[in-house]
Design a protein around this ligand. Structure first.
Ligand SMILES: Cc1cc2nc3c(=O)[nH]c(=O)nc-3n(C[C@H](O)[C@H](O)[C@H](O)COP(=O)(O)OP(=O)(O)OC[C@H]3O[C@@H](n4cnc5c(N)ncnc54)[C@H](O)[C@@H]3O)c2cc1C
Length: 462
């Protein structure tokens, strides 16, 4: 950047805020980032508990589709830490039954053939009925899902008549795994978008896991990189309110009363926190801001159970339509750095991590009750390997408002990164970009918001 350095204040140190900080520090901006917690990472944060084991806010799978995330990881020298798993999705069910969607190494859409003709569970007739329902998707491709945003996925499926079996066994856990809400609530657009991407891009549905903690392989390298370029990072700095003078943002007030100012402001907060820091004057100024109240976060619970024996050897993501564990993984297999119990190597056992959803009915329950329900689901899916197994340790993390809920009709309220106020920009999984509220979405939103700041500052052409 030539001339005087322009300053940017970034609110929120999740993946979106940290990415925006890097992008802007790399382009010569004077960057300060404020994070209210004492750790970075937000919904993908990780920390060590008092016994020396890593705990995460939740299991994080890396979809092959997230190119922007992998570009970022390559830039900070962390791409090596993504461990790609076999390209297959396994569903585990009551009574120890399971089925697997495999793929072949063929051009799209032939790569999906084994999933359709040889999954060992759904009949060819059921898969053919489902394939027929996707004809509009095949013909119109990315143009089709947005036309279905007025329906829930369950309503869309009802119209297409591909049967309740496929819906309950395959799509219910998929919907709960993606956004922690069931097919009766999620917009059809989301499932159709994901299906279209999986269909069009052969590697999009391949899953990876990080070798260890996101704080080690993503957040720390990002912060160190940006610090090297002069960026400042503050933890324990909670924003109370954006100060708006009727035309532009004049500053940010922290909960301790401090006021900070900059040329540009980039809010990378979860939607409910953003709504809290936007002043009423800004909401009255433009519907762009008042409409944000319509977006709400979904509750989810993350549970980890250490069993004294191997429950499943699968080194990959697992889904289950039965019980309360729609998506989970054996971290002792998928995530080598996590193969510990009380800080010591944990050989021969299983360390399972589950996203528990729908979580609303369980949110107020005691930890023991939640663990007991998850354990029942495990024993139901693995009657043989769990017989006599003991739980050696358990952890429960509740997130009352996690990703935004992509309900029907909500797409129109997802904001762009550029706002009607010239020096205010938004980033975060809820803002408009391809990948919804995900790690890929957080990075893409940050790239777009940082680009907006650069254009406003004349660093790149508008
Ligand atoms: C259990 C779980 C499992 C998930 N699994 C996956 C997965 O497998 N794959 C995937 O791609 N995505 C997954 N996600 C989604 C992914 O974690 C998020 O989409 C992504 O991390 C969002 O990043 P963000 O930066 O937009 O928001 P956040 O991570 O929410 O970051 C916002 C930051 O702002 C801070 N903040 C809030 N209020 C203030 C304030 N007033 N002042 C200062 N700072 C503030 C917060 O503390 C936080 O650090 C999962 C999410 C959860 C909860």
């Amino acid at each position: 950047m030539t001339g005087e350095k322009k300053s940017v204040l970034i609110l929120g140190g999740g993946l979106a805020g940290l990415t925006a900080a890097k992008r802007l520090a790399d382009r010569g901006f004077e960057v300060r980032l404020l994070e209210k917690r004492d750790i970075f990472g937000g919904k993908v944060s990780s920390w060590k508990d008092e016994e020396g084991d890593w705990i995460e806010s939740g299991t994080h799978c890396f979809f092959g589709a997230y190119d922007v995330l992998y570009d970022l990881l390559r830039e900070i020298g962390s791409y090596h830490a993504v461990l790609w798993k076999d390209h297959r999705l396994t569903y585990t069910m009551s009574g120890g039954k399971d089925f697997t969607f495999n793929t072949w190494n063929l051009p799209s859409p032939l790569h999906l053939l084994p999933a359709i003709i040889n999954n060992g569970y759904f009949t060819f007739g059921q898969m053919a009925a489902f394939s027929r329902s996707l004809i509009p998707l095949a013909l119109q491709q990315r143009a089709y899902p947005p036309t279905q945003d007025h329906l829930t996925f369950a309503e869309w499926a009802e119209k297409k008549r591909f049967g309740s079996h496929l819906m309950d066994r395959m799509f219910r856990p998929m919907s709960l795994a993606l956004k922690f809400i069931p097919p009766e609530e999620i917009s059809a657009k989301i499932i159709l978008d994901v299906t279209e991407t999986f269909y069009r891009v052969p590697d999009a549905s391949r899953m990876g896991f990080l070798k260890g903690a996101p704080s080690e392989y993503i957040h720390r390298p990002l912060v160190e990189h940006s610090r090297g370029k002069g960026a400042e990072f503050r933890t324990g700095a909670s924003v109370e309110e954006l100060l708006f003078d009727g035309t532009e943002i004049k500053g940010v007030q922290l909960t301790n009363g401090e006021i900070l100012t900059a040329d540009y402001y980039l809010a990378a907060l979860p939607i409910h926190n953003l709504n809290r820091v936007l002043p009423e004057a800004l909401k009255r100024h433009d519907r762009f801001f008042s409409d944000l109240d319509r977006l709400q976060g979904v509750p989810v619970i993350s549970v980890q159970l250490w069993y004294d024996r191997e429950i499943t050897p699968v080194d990959n993501v697992l889904f289950s339509p039965d019980g309360v564990i729609p998506v989970y993984a054996n971290l002792a297999r998928t995530t080598p750095d996590y193969d510990t119990l009380r800080g010591e190597p944990f050989r021969g056992g299983s360390r399972l991590e589950f996203c528990v959803a729908p979580a609303a009915p369980l949110m107020q329950k005691m930890n023991d009750e939640i663990v007991a329900q998850v354990d029942r689901s495990v024993r139901d899916c693995y009657p043989a390997s769990s017989a006599g197994a003991k739980i050696l340790k358990s952890t429960v993390v509740r997130i009352p408002r996690s990703v935004y809920a992509p309900l029907p009709g909500m797409e129109q309220y997802r904001p762009t990164q550029q706002t009607p106020v010239g020096n205010l920009f938004l980033a975060g999984g809820f803002s408009q970009q391809l990948y919804y509220d995900s790690m890929g979405g957080a990075v893409m939103s940050a790239n777009l918001a940082a680009e907006g700041v650069m254009k406003a500052a004349g660093v790149v052409e508008g």
